[in-house]
Design a protein around this ligand. Structure first.
Ligand code: SF4
Length: 294
């Protein structure tokens, strides 16, 4: 890739008068030695899987083997259809869809890791709900996925995208940043605005620990996906309104690395701290082990 940070990404886009998404399509084609048509085709197939997970998850009450979670996406959608929601239906819909995909993941269904399985609901939640709302084509959405991919590439190469390495800020936080930046571009914002939205979004999840109850990607992961979709939309709106990340987004990514590196092991996907070690978290873990053994 010709860029390793977000500032370089903006400079390239400005120089070539292209969006982040368009630039990433070219970069990906060169990097993989595939034609742009093939690269686009592959991403379109990923988007189909995302949509499939959204619509399957929202309509079902899939229960993962643990019995811990399930049905929350449908609950939120029913609530939304039955009256006035505090968030507004657009954000509520993104939240419900993000929950739906995360529930599919918890039930071992098919998802696309964006950037990980734990954070797989945020991008589909934001994308599919926005596509329905604005009437965008699949082609437009696929370009958006390349914008998200470019942002994820920078984060992964300068910090982390896995909870085991950098805590939940690295998984949920990165997904929020990717979704926010992509949404800015999908809505016609500039690469600079997209990058500001990444910094705005990431700042809001710095320090978030990874503490999955029972070591399963369910509690608190599923609801964090729901919140993440809403936060991504808020960050995109702020950036489109002209709000800037005072601390440049590349520096925020560096902070994520600093904070994640300093995070104790018990808060990095080991289930040895945080919510996993609350009295209820421990009780659930004990019951799960007993169930497994019986
Ligand atoms: S708590 Fe851990 S496992 Fe769950 S989404 Fe966050 S990083 Fe992933």
């Amino acid at each position: 890739m010709r860029f390793s940070n977000l500032e370089q990404l903006i400079q390239l886009c400005v120089k070539e008068s292209v969006t982040i998404g368009k630039l990433m399509i070219t970069e990906q084609a060169v990097e993989t030695g595939k034609s742009t048509e093939l690269v686009l085709e592959q991403m379109a197939a990923y988007y189909d899987i995302m949509k499939e997970a959204v619509y399957k998850g929202i309509d079902s009450e899939l229960k993962p083997r643990s019995g811990l979670t399930g049905g929350d996406a449908k609950r939120v959608r029913t609530y939304m259809h039955n009256g006035v929601v505090s968030l507004g239906t657009e954000a509520c819909s993104a939240m419900a869809y993000a929950l739906a995909v995360s529930e599919i993941n918890a039930s071992m269904g098919r998802i696309i890791a964006t950037p990980t399985a734990g954070s797989c609901g945020i991008i589909p939640g934001v994308f599919v709900s926005s596509q329905e709302r604005f009437g965008w084509s699949d082609e437009h959405m696929v370009h958006g996925l390349f914008s998200a991919g470019a942002i994820g590439y920078v984060i992964a190469n300068n910090s982390f995208v896995s909870g085991a390495e950098g805590g939940c800020q690295a998984e949920i936080g990165s997904a929020i940043g990717m979704a926010a930046g992509a949404l800015v571009e999908l809505r016609g914002g500039t690469p600079e605005q997209a990058v500001h939205s990444v910094g705005l979004a990431l700042k809001n999840s710095l320090g978030l620990i990874c503490d999955p109850v029972g070591g399963l990607v369910e509690v608190p992961c599923i609801v964090r996906n729901g919140f993440g979709a809403v936060t991504a939309m808020a960050a995109a709106d702020m950036a489109l309104a002209g709000v800037k990340s005072v601390i440049p987004s590349d520096e925020v990514i560096d902070v994520m690395l600093e904070v994640g590196s300093a995070m104790p092991e018990k808060h990095r996907e080991t289930a040895m701290g945080g919510l996993a070690q609350t009295p209820t978290g421990r009780k659930i873990m004990k019951e799960l082990y007993e169930k497994e053994e019986s």
